[in-house]
Design a protein around this ligand. Structure first.
Ligand code: ADP
Ligand code: ZN
Length: 779
């Protein structure tokens, strides 16, 4: 025997090794032995493995099956051997090769560990097997003739005949006991007795509850539409690309109501006729029954995925998709990971929407992942918007895979709404300096209500007031955890009233931090000087109050994201559609794809809320906001009017938006982006580091900067690096935040830099690092 043989137990015969990406571990994958009893473990199945010193059980995806590895048998120093897979969690792979490939791309591009990408791709409801129940079922073990002599009662005979008629002679064909008992009208012990005699066999199987999300049969609410010339031309170009069976992107730039959705549907019909399937991404909030029903009316086999579903429903939808039982998947951002076997087209509606960017790891952009997925599948991709992102617009001008299709007019020659600017600085604009609603807007609202038409008022700020302060010593309420002022929220249970600067008495409530959600009771008196506190600034709650005071007769409802579960939101929209609400007032979510023919007035209460955000996209957001909300007005034969209230009437973006001059806006904005080497011309990435101890954070951030400089020098990369400097919000939840901003002329150069940084050892474990590639909301 050799020197080592005595120390090593004999090799188990035929042992296989798999590579596992853990959701919780570092940016590495690990190899594990698979005991023969568990083999085979294919790529895409999840396994439970012991991890780390304590052998803590961890879950990960198998990302490589049957890895040939030396280490499996001779670990370092001839001792360390691979650990063993403890359990295999899935009967079948949760992710196919196509999604695996997509996951690797996301991991690389967004600098995120593969295990975390994979974990995010499969809904929690699927992993937990939500909605699965155990079903007792029964089947025959012999033919009715063979057992006829043994049957003692009419009921027993009935049972055997029933099972025989249903051909329930194998486990797979077994009939549920409950169903059987009901059909032959007997009691369960009768079945049990037959089982004891061996005439039938009982079994348990797992089934998914039927949890539909779309009403089964809906009368077709769509009238047959005949495409207009622009639509016809656009469709031809899209179909051309679909026929070419090669990857390509169509940027569909069409004003609101130009018939974009109709084109998506037609394009998908072409794809479905070829036996392929579609994914349609919508911003979460646009996933109303309205939109879903529109697709449901045109396609028989659809699946829906959004946050309004229960876990069970989500699992049912996902399983249906994976089984190839759907032609169209409609969903929010993460629906891009729907496990469709034969993808033919991906549609991203409202492609400019910032909400497509995920703000937790993996920080992917739904639109960009959609393009990638289409590319990997050789499918077509349609990006649709009334105000395309400058990124997509730039791509359409520079990339050969992109085609720009424009729908410049509203369908059926509906007139564009009339845009009216209200200069809030003018003395005659408002009755009281602190009013939110200008005289012309109030006037128009009154007339609109008198005509029994509806209005939407947009105020892009939640809460009641964004400043609670002491007028005598100027003390403001700040969040104790974050570098941010608190927003006052009224609570329904009111006790002590408090005076606002408008002179109105207001209810008592809480001040909430919108970053960490910390809640504080608002002190009536200033904690520093003891004088009465007051509040300024504007929020959607205050708008609601002002409306109620001015239009006591009108039915006013407020919609905003923090007060509302998505189900309530959907219900509210339904009521609005039925004309049971006169005025909807609320935050930005109202600007999304709603279609209410009776809305003839839209008011942008403050066009300035986005204008001075510390974000280079603030102009773009302002333009989008005004255009989108304006699109809500006059979506029928009735004339629509849009009031844009602003303190900066000469600001170029506001002017372009008012004239609905998208080209003009883009020309101006691109100049600025070019001068400042910003997206879409250059690429941006941020490295945000946070820690509770400022000194430790600063030291780590400086070290990170040195590393970046070093990598830049070694590879001779043409990038610009700024920082460390305070992040936009320099403290959140007690964590100080510093950021380093990197600008690179191409994604390849950016990728090279981060690929290099990725291999470096951790800087300081306590300091959290968040890399955001192509950040959308700079915080
Ligand atoms: P968008 O998605 O650009 O806002 P839609 O496709 O939703 O536009 O169209 C707006 C409305 O006009 C819908 O009710 C749709 O059914 C209808 N529509 C679309 N195309 C036509 C057409 N060619 N003729 C008449 N109505 C149309
Ligand atoms: Zn806070």
């Amino acid at each position: 025997p050799s020197l080592f043989a005595s120390q090593e137990p004999p090799e188990p015969a035929g042992t296989h090794v798999i590579r596992v990406a853990l959701a919780s571990a570092a940016d590495t994958e690990f190899d594990y032995l698979v005991p023969d009893a568990l083999w085979p473990v294919e790529v895409g199945r999840r396994v439970e493995v012991p991890f780390g010193r304590g052998n803590k059980p961890e879950v990960g995806f198998c990302v490589e099956s049957d890895v040939a590895t030396e280490k499996a048998f001779h670990g370092a120093g001839g001792k360390a051997r691979l650990k063993r897979v403890a359990r295999v969690l899935d009967d079948e792979p949760l992710l196919g090769p196509d999604l695996m490939e997509l996951a690797r791309w996301i991991g690389e591009y967004y600098v995120c560990p593969l295990g975390q990408v994979l974990a995010a791709m499969v809904p929690g409801a699927v992993k937990r097997a939500a909605g699965v129940r155990k079903q007792r079922c029964v089947y025959l073990t012999a033919s009715p003739e063979e057992v006829a002599a043994e049957l003692r009662s009419a009921k027993q005979k009935q049972i055997v005949n029933f099972l025989s008629e249903r051909e329930a002679v194998t486990v797979d064909a077994a009939v549920e006991v409950d169903e059987l008992v009901e059909a032959v009208d007997c009691r369960p012990p009768v079945v049990k007795r037959l089982a004891e005699k061996g005439i039938v066999k009982l079994a348990v199987r797992k089934v998914l509850r039927a949890l539909p999300v779309v009403p089964e049969s809906m009368a077709n609410p769509e009238r047959e539409v005949v495409l207009n010339a622009d639509q016809q031309h656009g469709l031809e170009r899209i179909v051309q690309q679909i026929e070419s069976a090669r990857f390509g992107v169509t940027l569909l730039h069409g004003v609101t109501d130009s018939g974009k959705t109709e084109l998506y549907i037609r394009a998908i019909e072409v794809v479905v006729a070829k036996g392929k399937a579609a994914i349609v991404l919508l911003p979460e909030i646009a996933l109303t029954a309205q939109t879903v029903q529109r697709f449901n009316a045109r396609f028989a086999r659809i699946a829906v995925m959004h946050s309004g579903l229960t876990a069970g429903q989500r699992n049912v939808q996902w399983q249906k998709v994976r089984a190839g039982e759907t032609d169209v998947v409609i969903g929010a951002r993460s629906a891009i990971f729907a496990p469709l076997p034969n993808l033919g087209i991906v549609v991203v509606d409202e492609e400019h929407e910032p909400s497509y960017k995920q703000d937790t790891v993996p920080r992917y952009h739904g639109r960009d992942v959609a393009i990638k997925r289409a590319q990997l599948a050789g499918a077509h991709c349609i990006l649709g918007s009334a105000t395309p992102s400058l990124e997509s617009l730039h791509n359409s001008r520079t990339k050969s895979s992109f085609t720009l299709v424009r729908l410049p007019k509203r369908v059926m020659d509906l007139p564009m709404p009339e845009m009216k600017l209200v200069d809030m600085r003018a003395r005659e604009a408002v009755a009281d300096r602190l009013d939110l609603l200008s005289r012309p807007l109030v006037q128009h609202l009154t007339e609109t209500l008198a005509r029994k038409e509806q209005a939407i008022l947009l105020l892009n700020r939640r809460g009641y007031s964004n400043f609670v302060f002491c007028p005598s010593c100027k003390h403001t309420l700040q969040c104790r955890n974050c570098d941010a002022a608190l927003t006052f929220h009224k609570t329904p249970r009111t006790t002590a009233p408090m005076k606002t600067v408008t002179g109105r008495h207001m209810d008592f409530g809480y001040a909430i931090c919108h970053h960490c959600l910390a809640k504080t009771l608002v002190p009536r008196n200033c904690p520093l000087c003891g004088k009465a506190m007051t509040m300024i600034g504007l929020g959607s709650q205050r708008l609601e109050e002002e409306l109620a005071a001015r239009f006591p007769e009108a039915r006013v409802r407020r919609v905003d994201s923090d007060s509302m579960a998505s189900r309530d939101y959907y219900r509210l929209l339904k009521e609005f559609g039925q004309g049971r609400i006169d005025i909807l007032a609320g935050t930005q979510i109202l600007a999304k794809g709603l279609h209410f023919p009776n809305v003839t007035l839209v008011g942008v209460v403050s066009a300035d809320t986005c204008l001075y955000l510390p974000d280079f996209r603030s102009n773009e957001r302002t333009f989008q906001l005004i255009s989108q909300v304006a699109g809500r007005a006059g979506r029928s034969e009735k004339h629509g009017t849009v009031f844009v209230q602003t303190y900066f009437p000469d600001q170029p973006t506001i002017q372009f938006a008012l004239k609905q001059d998208f080209e003009g806006f883009v020309r101006e904005e691109m100049k600025h982006r070019e001068t400042c080497t910003l997206p879409p011309l250059w690429r941006l990435a941020t490295v945000v580091m946070r820690d509770e101890t400022y000194d430790r954070l600063e030291a780590a951030a400086n070290k990170m900067r040195l590393r970046i400089d070093d990598a830049v020098a070694r590879h001779g990369l043409q990038v610009k690096v700024r920082g460390p400097m305070p992040a936009v919000i320099s403290r959140i939840q007690r964590f100080h935040r510093l950021q380093i901003v990197v600008q690179a002329p191409t994604p390849a150069i950016m990728g090279k830099l981060f690929a290099d940084l990725r291999t470096a050892p951790p800087i300081r474990p306590a300091v959290k690092i968040a890399v955001d590639i192509d950040p959308v909301n700079l915080l």
